[in-house]
Design a protein around this ligand. Structure first.
Ligand SMILES: Cc1cc2nc3c(=O)[nH]c(=O)nc-3n(C[C@H](O)[C@H](O)[C@H](O)COP(=O)(O)O)c2cc1C
Length: 198
C-alpha cells in the first residue's frame, strides 16, 4: 500500500509535519509513504495514480493554502481530474501556521473540497481536543482542537528543528497512522481483486 504526502513548505516547518505524517503511515505494516514536495519540480503523476491514499499539506499563507500547492491543485485537473483517476482514494490534510489560529481552517476546507471534487474519501481526525480544560496542557495531542485535519503551529521566530512542537508532530504522526489504517481497511487485497477478474 502506498500513501503519498503532497506538500509545500516555504521555510521548512510544514515539511517537518509532512515527515511526521509519513512516519505515522509507515508504522502500519506493509505501508510505504512517499513524500512529494511540490517545490521540487514536476510532480510524478504516475506515483499519485498508483497511490492508495494522498495526504495534502500546506503552510497557511494569507489565510489560505500556498500558491505552490494551489498550482499543483490546478495542474491535477488535466493530469487526474478529467478521468477521475483519484476516485475513491483516501485523502486527508494538514496545515501549519505562525499564529495559533491564523485562519488555518480555510486551508483545510480548501483541501477537503479539492479532494471531494476528485471523488476522494476524506479522513478527518478522530481525536478529542487537547489543551481545552484545566487538567490538560499545551503539550496535549490535538492541542489546537481540529477535526477536519491536523493543525500545527510554529512560532515565527523558531526554526523547523524546534517548531512546531513535539505534540503537534505527534498529532501529525497520529493522522498518518490513521490514514494508513483506514486505507488498509478500505483497499481491496490483490487476491480479492483477482477473484473479480473473469
Ligand atoms: C506570505 C506569508 C503569509 C502568511 N500568512 C499567515 C497567515 O495567514 N496566518 C498565520 O498564522 N501565519 C501566516 N504566515 C506565517 C506562516 O504560516 C508560518 O511562518 C509557517 O510556519 C510557515 O510554514 P513553512 O515553514 O512550512 O513555510 C504567513 C507567512 C508568509 C510568508
Amino acid at each position: 500500500m502506498l500513501v503519498s504526502i503532497v506538500f509545500d513548505s516555504g521555510y521548512g516547518h510544514t515539511a517537518r509535519v509532512a515527515q511526521a505524517v509519513a512516519e505515522g503511515a509507515r508504522d502500519v505494516d506493509n505501508v510505504q509513504a512517499e513524500l512529494i514536495a511540490v517545490a521540487d519540480g514536476p510532480v510524478d503523476w504516475d506515483v499519485l495514480e498508483k497511490s492508495d491514499a494522498i495526504v495534502f499539506g500546506s503552510p497557511t499563507y494569507n489565510g489560505m493554502i500556498s500558491a505552490r500547492l494551489k498550482q499543483f491543485f490546478e495542474e491535477s485537473t488535466k493530469a487526474a481530474w478529467t478521468e477521475l483517476k483519484w476516485r475513491n482514494k483516501i485523502s486527508a490534510g494538514f496545515t501549519n501556521s505562525g499564529a495559533q489560529h491564523g485562519d488555518k481552517l480555510n486551508s483545510l476546507v480548501s483541501m477537503a473540497l479539492f479532494a471531494a471534487q476528485h471523488g476522494m474519501i476524506w479522513v478527518g481526525l478522530d481525536l478529542m481536543p487537547g489543551n481545552n480544560s484545566s487538567t490538560s496542557s499545551p503539550d496535549a495531542l490535538n492541542r489546537l482542537g481540529s477535526w477536519l485535519g491536523v493543525m500545527t503551529h510554529a512560532n515565527v521566530d523558531q526554526a523547523p528543528d524546534v517548531a512546531p512542537p513535539e505534540c503537534d508532530l505527534r498529532t501529525a504522526h497520529y493522522l498518518g497512522r490513521r490514514v494508513a489504517e483506514i486505507t488498509r481497511r478500505l483497499t481491496p487485497t490483490q487476491s480479492a481483486n483477482a477473484r473479480k477478474d473473469p
